[in-house]
Design a protein around this ligand. Structure first.
Ligand SMILES: Cc1cc2nc3c(=O)[nH]c(=O)nc-3n(C[C@H](O)[C@H](O)[C@H](O)COP(=O)(O)OP(=O)(O)OC[C@H]3O[C@@H](n4cnc5c(N)ncnc54)[C@H](O)[C@@H]3O)c2cc1C
Ligand code: SF4
Ligand code: SF4
Length: 444
């Protein structure tokens, strides 16, 4: 009988900084580390938390100045020498890489289903939740898994039926008085409780004030990745979520993956995804859960809710069917009166480019674009707006775009359904006058 020798595990070592070699390149090593075990000093040099280091060598490979090396203890060096002797002349072992991939695959396989967090205020759902169920359904089909909704609140069971109508097959419901008002701590506990128990592979939330707050807190707690403000979501051939969003000031679109951690989390702004079709009477399974959060444990108390939605000038441009937007070409705040006149005639609202907002001509809540709102009106009239990419990402999905600009080369014409090359100070009053004329003739 021959005795089979147990293979010795190859030591991986830990990363170590070589003195005086770091050129403070901007923390490439930290970005490369998959287990967050590199902290940066104020001088931009890494501190490696060796007790957390898994010896993956990624930091060593990305360092442009060869300032990092792998450190092995004398005992580990002896084992390495022994392995090298054994392998002399033999084919290189692939067992180790296979081991790592298999462990990761096993870890990820536990996570299943696509979840959409249903945002609500006093039982009124945010529309973006239903938009997300639409794209969530596509992802669930691509992964051959179930689309589920998460409803947390007080007196919110009616939202489960709504979620079924918009495509969810299952709803995880936590309904208790302590969840009446959104507070980060209570919703974080409830969401993490559900994640821990049911292990979803993808979680989508609206990139609203609430969604951004909750998603960031949850991703930090469960130690996974989060991509904010995605404009595209799809599944790659390995089954990972491809999360696309503008990067570098909107000049490129980056596709971000979170292939080693679960759940994969993304937020999407309202109006970015098309509304999912409503299937009246659809049903599904409600899974009632209770999470032990007590009012006494919460540091934040809601004393009073003061709504600003009814204030004199407040306008929700994201809900408007018709938007007349002005840019730097408007030349001054007073000239926005021309846009208001036109908007009033067509039952619309006035929007603005960031230049117009930065100039103080319009309030920030009217800004359309990457750092403003995303809109999907039936008609968007862009007046004196050049069509920078950061503006286009906020309005290019309008059903019809009419652009008025005196520069025929302006990029806005590339996305416009109809373009008018001319002076807006002549064109806009002429359109308004013509609409009034038609309306007058009809009334007579
Ligand atoms: C990180 C980042 C985020 C950003 N986010 C946003 C955002 O959310 N929204 C946004 O809008 N921008 C955003 N921007 C700014 C963006 O890059 C542009 O600078 C901005 O959109 C330009 O605004 P504008 O088209 O009004 O002005 P301009 O680019 O100056 O264009 C003015 C246009 O008016 C036309 N015009 C002038 N006079 C007349 C006239 N009498 N009649 C007809 N046409 C006339 C001109 O031909 C010109 O095309 C962002 C930029 C960065 C870097
Ligand atoms: S070797 Fe890997 S785990 Fe260790 S510090 Fe470098 S990147 Fe992080
Ligand atoms: S990657 Fe290299 S040069 Fe850049 S910060 Fe890290 S150690 Fe320094």
């Amino acid at each position: 009988m021959t005795e089979t020798k147990k293979p010795v595990k190859k030591p991986r070592g830990v990363a170590r900084l070589i003195e005086n070699k770091c050129i403070a390149c901007g923390a490439r090593c930290q970005s490369a580390c998959p287990v967050n075990c590199i902290e940066m000093t104020e001088a931009g040099e890494p501190i490696i938390l060796s007790e957390k280091c898994i010896g993956c060598i990624k930091c060593v490979k990305v360092c442009p100045s060869e300032a990092l090396e792998m450190y092995f203890t004398p005992e580990e060096l002896k084992i390495l020498e022994e392995i090298a002797r054994q392998q002399e002349g033999a084919a290189p072992a692939v067992e180790e890489a296979d081991d790592e991939a298999a462990t990761l695959a096993k870890k990820l396989a536990v996570y299943k289903n696509v979840w959409v967090f249903v945002e609500q205020t006093e039982g009124v759902p945010a529309r973006v939740s239903w938009e997300l169920l639409g794209v969530g359904a596509e992802l669930a089909t691509a992964r051959n898994t179930e689309l589920c909704a998460v409803v947390i609140g007080s007196g919110v069971e009616h939202l489960c039926a709504e979620a079924f109508c918009f495509g969810a097959r299952k709803v995880y419901l936590i309904d208790a008085p302590v969840f009446r008002y959104y507070r980060t701590q209570s919703y974080l506990e409830a969401t993490c409780y559900l994640i821990e128990k049911h292990k979803p592979e993808i979680i989508l939330m609206g990139a609203t004030g609430l969604g951004r707050d909750l998603a960031g807190a949850v991703a930090t707690r469960v130690a996974t990745g989060l991509t904010a403000d995605c404009t595209g979501l799809a599944i790659d051939d390995k089954g990972n979520l491809m999360q696309t969003r503008p990067a570098f000031g909107g000049n490129i679109m980056a596709t971000i993956m979170c292939d080693k951690f679960r759940p994969q989390m993304a937020t999407v702004r309202p109006n970015v995804m098309p509304m999912s079709p409503r299937r009246e009477g659809a049903t599904g399974e409600i899974i009632r859960e209770s999470c032990p959060v007590r009012e006494d444990d919460l540091a934040v108390k809601v004393l009073e809710i003061i709504s600003d939605s009814k204030s004199k000038d407040s306008v929700d441009i994201t809900a408007a069917d018709f938007i007349v937007s002005g840019g730097r070409g408007m030349m001054g705040s007073d000239n926005f009166r021309l846009l208001k006149d036109l908007a009033d005639e067509i039952g619309g609202v006035v929007g603005a480019s960031r230049s117009a907002v930065d100039a103080g001509w319009m309030p920030q809540d009217r800004q359309v674009g990457q750092t403003g709102k995303t809109v999907r009106p039936k008609i968007y009239i862009a007046c004196g707006i050049s069509g920078a990419i950061q503006h286009l990402v906020g309005m290019q999905d309008a059903d019809m775009i009419i652009a008025i600009n005196r520069d025929k080369e302006a990029p806005i014409f590339e996305v416009a359904t109809y373009g008018i090359v001319g002076d807006l100070f002549k064109v806009i009053p002429a359109i308004t006058a013509r609409i009034r004329e038609i309306k007058g003739a009809k009334a007579a």
